[in-house]
Design a protein around this ligand. Structure first.
Ligand code: C2E
Ligand code: CA
Ligand code: CA
Length: 556
């Protein structure tokens, strides 16, 4: 039992005793009245007439009685103090049971009880209830960057700001680390009131959180569920269901880019079940070695030679079938297995690429999450040594979103890789936001132009301003340029005309398995064992080009 429990128990025992003391004190006062009524007239009479004083025994009894009354009075005052203390202890115990000690909001347990009561009242008045689940985006990052004291201060401030915007009847709770929830009643015909309230919250949170000279930007994701518009065949049974639905909608908001809100819809629950299956599947798949690398060739358009391959991850799940990288890469990032997944694939890719001609490079995609690991560069260098793979043959592809991360860390990681000779490319260039300053100061080796920019080449006006601009930007910064997603000969022709470019895309072949690549390179004399044979002459590589790239590329 805790201290508060003991205090309450002690106070209760004292109270029992005090009932007896109070009884004695009342009896003493009554006795005092009776005794005083007899002794005092006798004493006054003795003083006035000089007659015989009051009975000796009666006087003693009266004195004893006075002592008892004084004792009773003092005990009464102590009793008052103890009752106050007990009230305070009870209040404290209630607070501990119902409130979150950091923010003073309700806690999860008391929220459920409060919501049930609120719901009954709302029902009786023909009103509906909305439950809003709120989660701070990137709270872990705030904690990691600024420490837990600042993290706590942000939470307290957040609770205060939300609380200030809620109507009087609403109840706010802290449901977990950075998760808050509030319940509010509303007119079921005026759902837009809830939307309005949420808009107010977003406006409130858009102001930075200022603590200890730090200005911290934070955002929130919100999921809303209402008990009015009941989805599905089962009627809403309890407040737990409402909270769960709000949670699913909040999760949906997170998935769709955070800093936004969604009302619960039934298909979200299906998506969540699918996601759970994926989460279970990805862990099992990792353990069972279900992930494998594919290799997509990269071609120098001036010479027509294959210069290397980009490794692309594939997952064939025993239970789920083929899952696209667009689905499993973000999932692996979320569940924290991207590092392990990438490492497994890199080991396989290094083994394969070790068999290729030493001029051929290996490009690998690295997720922003991996760049947050301070040991990332060391891990890569260790693998290079382990596989005896020359660092200059490795190209790390990072996306522009990596540049929104902790820049000092990204810079240190990229610097240590580059110092060892590893090359760095910026992937999907033009789809994110990287400043010219970042491009220059981070010393990238090449940019990969996203395939979305190729569509303007098929424009009958022959307008290719964006592509031209990106190419001249790259050249201005002395960066090599690879164009991604070349699918047709017309595009290829235009790119060849521009000159000085590398390219990759389905026109040159879809990503292949390690065995397919080996066979292809073997046929072209581009395997390591045969490398010495082709060093002096380009002829076998010209053949490789023709074999890899198809007829179209060899056309003048
Ligand atoms: P990405 O790095 O931009 O890779 C190029 C994607 O475009 C690949 O899709 C490739 O198959 C596809 N592609 C190549 N040529 C063409 C073309 O001519 N036309 C079209 N329509 N598509 C083409 P994939 O393999 O599905 O990969 C998608 C994304 O998943 C990759 O985009 C990359 O961002 C990510 N990814 C793949 N493997 C890994 C990995 O091992 N680690 C990490 N972190 N991300 C990976
Ligand atoms: Ca890539
Ligand atoms: Ca790309």
């Amino acid at each position: 039992m805790n201290d508060d429990g003991l205090t309450v128990e002690k106070a209760t025992a004292n109270a029992d005793r005090d009932v007896i003391v109070l009884g004695i004190a009342i009896a003493a006062i009554l006795l005092f009245a009776a005794l005083g009524g007899r002794v005092l007239p006798q004493a006054i009479d003795a003083l006035v007439t000089g007659g015989e004083g009051p009975d000796y025994l009666l006087v003693n009894a009266l004195l004893l009685n006075v002592a008892l009354v004084i004792f009773g009075w003092r005990r009464y005052r102590e009793l008052r103090a103890e009752i106050d203390e007990r009230r305070r202890a009870e209040e404290q115990a209630r607070k501990l049971a119902e409130e979150d000690p950091l923010t003073g909001c309700l806690n999860r347990r008391s929220m459920e009880a409060t919501s049930t009561t609120l719901r009954q009242a709302a029902r009786a008045n023909g009103r509906a209830l909305a439950f809003c689940m709120i989660d701070l985006d990137n709270f872990k990052r705030i904690n990691d960057l600024h420490g837990h004291a600042i993290g706590d201060a942000v939470l307290v401030d957040l609770a205060r700001r939300i609380g200030a915007k809620l109507p009087h009847s609403a109840r706010l709770a802290r449901l977990g680390g950075d998760e808050f929830g509030f319940i509010v009643d509303f007119d079921p015909d005026q759902t837009n009131h809830i939307d309005g309230l949420i808009a107010c919250l977003y406006a409130e949170i858009s102001r930075p959180f200022v603590h200890a000279d730090l200005s911290i930007d934070a955002s929130i994701s919100i999921g809303v569920a209402s008990d009015h518009d009941d989805h599905g065949p089962d009627p809403l049974t309890g407040i737990g269901t409402l909270m769960q639905r709000a949670d699913i909608a909040m999760y949906h908001a997170k998935k769709h880019g955070r800093n936004r809100y969604f009302w619960f819809e039934p298909q979200m629950a299906t998506e969540l079940r699918d996601r759970n299956a994926l989460e279970i599947g990805i862990r099992a798949g990792l353990a069972a070695g279900e992930f494998s690398p594919r290799f997509e060739q990269q071609v120098d358009l001036d010479s027509g030679r294959v210069t290397g391959f980009e490794m692309l991850a594939r997952w064939h799940s025993e239970t789920l079938g083929d899952v696209a990288p667009e689905v499993f890469v973000p999932l692996a990032e979320d569940v924290g297995v991207i590092g392990e997944l990438s490492e497994n694939l890199l080991h396989e890719a290094f083994v394969e690429a070790g068999r290729w001609h030493p001029d051929l490079t290996l490009a690998v995609n690295i997720s922003p999450v991996q760049l947050r690991d301070p040991w990332f560069a060391q891990g890569i260098l260790k693998m290079l040594v382990e596989h005896n793979f020359p660092p200059h043959r490795l190209e790390i592809e990072i996306t522009e979103s990596c540049l929104h991360e902790d820049m000092a860390m990204v810079r240190a990681t990229l610097d240590s890789l580059r110092n060892q000779g590893v090359q760095i490319s910026i992937d999907d260039f033009g789809t994110g936001y990287s400043s010219l300053d970042q491009l220059r100061s981070l010393h990238f080796d090449r940019i990969k132009i996203d395939r979305s920019f190729l569509s303007e080449l098929s424009d009958p006006s022959g307008n290719s301003q964006i592509l031209d601009a990106i190419i001249s930007l790259g050249r201005g910064l002395d960066l090599q340029i690879i164009v991604e997603g070349v699918e047709d000969e017309e595009t290829l022709g235009i790119l060849k005309e521009i000159g000085g470019l590398k390219a990759q895309g389905y026109l040159f072949g879809e990503p292949e398995t390690a065995t397919e690549v080996s066979e292809r390179l073997g046929r072209s004399g581009l395997l390591a064992r045969s490398a010495t044979l082709v060093q002096d002459g380009d002829e076998p590589r010209e053949r490789a080009f023709a074999a890899n790239a198809g007829q179209s590329v060899t056309r003048p």
